[in-house]
Design a protein around this ligand. Sequence first.
Ligand code: GLC
Length: 743
Amino acid sequence: MKKTPLFLFYIMLLTLPLMAQINETGLRENAPFKKEVDSVLSLMTLEEKIGQLAQLSGNGEVTGPVTLNNQYQEAIRKGEVGSMLNINSASYTRKIQKIAVEETRLGIPLLFGYDVIHGYKTIFPVPLGESSSWDLEAIEKSARIAAVEATAAGQHWTFAPMVDIARDPRWGRIMEGAGEDPFLGSAVAKARVRGFQGNDLGQKNTMLACAKHFVGYGAARAGRDYNTVDMSKRMLYEVYLPPFKAAVEADVATFMTSFNELNGVPVTGSKKHVKGILRDEWNYDGLIVSDWASVMEQVIHGSAKDLKEAADYAMNATVDMDMEGKAYVPFMKELLDEGKVSEKQIDAAVRRILHKKFELGLFDDPYRYCDEEREKEVTLTPEHREAARDVARKSMVLLKNDNVLPFSKKVKKVAVIGPLADAKNEMIGTWSAQGEGKDAVSLLEGLQNALPDADINFVKACEVEGHDKSGFDKALKAAEKADIVIAAVGEKAMMSGEALSRMDIKLPGVQEDLVLELAKLDKPLAVVLFNGRPLVITEVAKKAPAILESWLPGTEAGNAIADVLFGDYNPSGKLTVTFPYALGQVPVFYSHKHTGRPRTEARYTSKYIDGPNEPLYPFGYGLSYTTFEYSNLKLSTKKLNEGETLTVSVNLKNTGKYDGEEVVQLYVRDLVGSVTRPVKELKGFEKVSLKAGEEKTITFELKTEDLAFYNRDWEWTTEPGEFHVFVGGNSKETIEAEFSLVD
Ligand code: GLC
C-alpha cells in the first residue's frame, strides 16, 4: 500500500497558509483586478457590502416560487441587490442597470444571470441528448453559440453547466446533465465551461459559467426532485464530485449550491462540503451562489431554526450570494454584531462578487452587454440554426434497426403517426430560455422539407397522455396505405426538467399500444422517440423494427431527424445513461460492483426472479448504418511500473457500406483492491470517422494515476495487481486484454 511520500506532506503543510490566505481575503493573491476590487471595497459602507450579497429575480421568467412584482427595482435603488436573474433583453437589462449605476451612491453595476442551459434563442438538444454525441467540440460550440446570443441580450452569467451525475431516470433533471458517468461527465463539464467562458471573460460575447448544483442533487432518493440525499463519502468523491472538480480545472467562474440535504445537512448551509471541499481542498476562489431560496429553505428542511440561523450557516459555508432567499440582507448585520460572522468574511464574499464584475469589464462600461443592434444581428441566425441541426443529428442514438433505415428519399407515400409529429413546442424541451416553439421545425415539417414531392399523411392518433384510442383506426388505415411509417412518440417537454420527476417511465398514455398496433402491420416502421430521460420501452423494442432516440432535439428538430432517417447523416450517438429493462432495476448503471454472488443460474446469486439484471440498452450503446469491427487489441506492456504510461492500441474497421463515426470507448477493471472496485470504469474515448471499408489504429495512453482511487485508509493511491482493459463501441460489447501494475 503506497503512502504519501514525506516530502509531499511538508509541501502541503507549507501551502496551508496560502490556502488560508485565499479564505481570508476571498481571492488568490495574484488574482487579476485585486487592487481595483480592494479600492472599491474600501469605499463601501457595511450596508452597501451586504447589499452585494443578494440576488433577486425579475419577471422575465419564473424559474422558482416567486411572487411576480417590481419591488426589486426599489431594492436596487436602496443598494440591496448585487445581481438580478431573469431580466431579459438588451433594452430591459439596460433599463435595470441604469437604476444601479445612476441611482445608487457608488453606482456598482449589477450582474445579470439567466438559465442558458441548451441555447438562448437558437435551442440545441437538451443536454442529456447533446452529451450522447460524445463530441466535445460540438458540445463546446453549442455553449459558445448560446453565449454569443445570450450576451448580446444583456446576460453576463449563465447558470450552466449542470454537472450533476444522474443514475435515476425518474428524476426529471436527468435531462439537464451528461448522464451517469463521472469520466464523461467531467469531459463534458469542461467543454461546456470553455464554450460559455471562451478564453477571455473580458470579451463581450463571453459569460460567466456556473457549475451546478453542488453537490449530490442527482442522487435524490427515489428520483423525486428535491428529495433527501444520503451517500457514502466514497460515492461522493468517486462519482458525484469529479465533474465539479473538472469544472474548477476548466476555471469555471461560479458555482451554485444545491437544494438537497446531503447526509443530514442541506448543502447550501454545509461548511463541511462547500467551504471544506470547494475552498479548502480545491482552493476555489470563484463566486458561489445559492440555488433559488436554498439559504432560506434550511428552515423548511428543519436544520436552521430561522432565517438568521440559515444565513449564518450559509455565510460560514462561504456561499457568497443568496438567490431569492432574502436571508442575507435582513440578517447579516445582526450576525456581525453577534460575532457569528466577521467583516472579513463579508469582505471576502464581496470581493469575489466585485471580482466577477471587473472581469466582465462592467466597471469600465456597465452597458457593454446591452447592445440592441448586436442582439438583433446575432440571434437565431441561419448559421446558428445550422449548428443546432448539426449537434442534434450527432446527438441522436440509433437503438434498433432491422434493415429498415435509412429510408430511401424515393418513397412516395409516408405515414407520420403520433402526438409528437407536429408538436413544435415540445421540440425545445424545458430550460429553453428565450427559445420559442414557433421557431422550431417539427418532425412533420422536417419530412416535408426532405421529401417535397412525397405524399406525407399525418395522423395524430392519440394525445401524449390519456387513454383515448379512438384515433388509432384512422392511423392504422393511413399506415396501411403508406410505403413507410414513422411513429413520433414520447414525452412532452414539461415531462422532464425541474420538479418533473415521473414514477412510471414508460411511454405516457396509450402511445406504446399505438406503436405495437403499427408494428403488427409489418410495414417499414421507424419509431422516433422524443424524451428527456431514459424510458422503459422494452415491449416497443421487441416489436418495432427500428427505433431512433432523438431526445428533445431543439429548434432544428425535424430537419435533423429527417437527415438521419433518410441517410444524409449516419447516426453516431451513444447513450450516456442506461436504459433500464424495467423500472424495478433502477438504479442500474454500467460501472456497478461485482458483489460476492454475481448472477448465475444457481439460486443463491444476485438476480431478479422475474427479469434480467442486464438493462435494455447499456451505457455507451448506439448503432450506425454501417458496422465496425474491433481487432488486434495491444498493450505496450503486460507489466506496468508505477509512474509509467500504458499505450493501448486497437484496430477499428468500417466493415459496412456507409461512411460513419464510431465512439471508441476504453474501460478498465481493477480486479482486486483494498476496497471493491467497479466491474468497468470509462477511462478514455475517441469519436472516429471512417469511410466504408477504411481501417484505422486507435491508441489511448493510460497513466498509473488514472488507476488511482481512495483505498481502505482513504488515501488517494494506486495498488499493485491485475487489471483488465476493455475496448469497444459500448460498455457491454468489448474486446479485452490484461496487464498487471507492479510496485
Ligand atoms: C432553479 C434551479 C436552478 C436555476 C435557478 C435559477 O430553481 O434549481 O438550476 O439555475 O433556480 O433559475
